[in-house]
Ligand binder design. Sequence first.
Ligand SMILES: [Ca+2]
Length: 92
Amino acid sequence: MEAAIQTVVTTFLSSARGKENLDGKAFQKLVKKQLSGIMEDTNSSSAVKEMQQGLDENSDGKVSFQEYLTLIGYVANSLSQRKSGSNAAASS
Ligand SMILES: [Ca+2]
């Protein structure tokens, strides 16, 4: 559990390369490299771009740590639904 949280944090920090946000390119790379086994459409640049726009709450074109956590939460949620075979929380 702690190792997983460490990974979530260090993955963001190393992808952001010292900046506070991930730009579009860094986000594409992160999703394609780190989430291709758990998410669909990670090889589609336009799908990843759409995902980024959906996460971008303050519409600055970049992904903040908080916005990145929204993605992690979303991925974790869909994984738990797949594992439990439940789709109760699928709609929103
Ligand atoms: Ca943003």
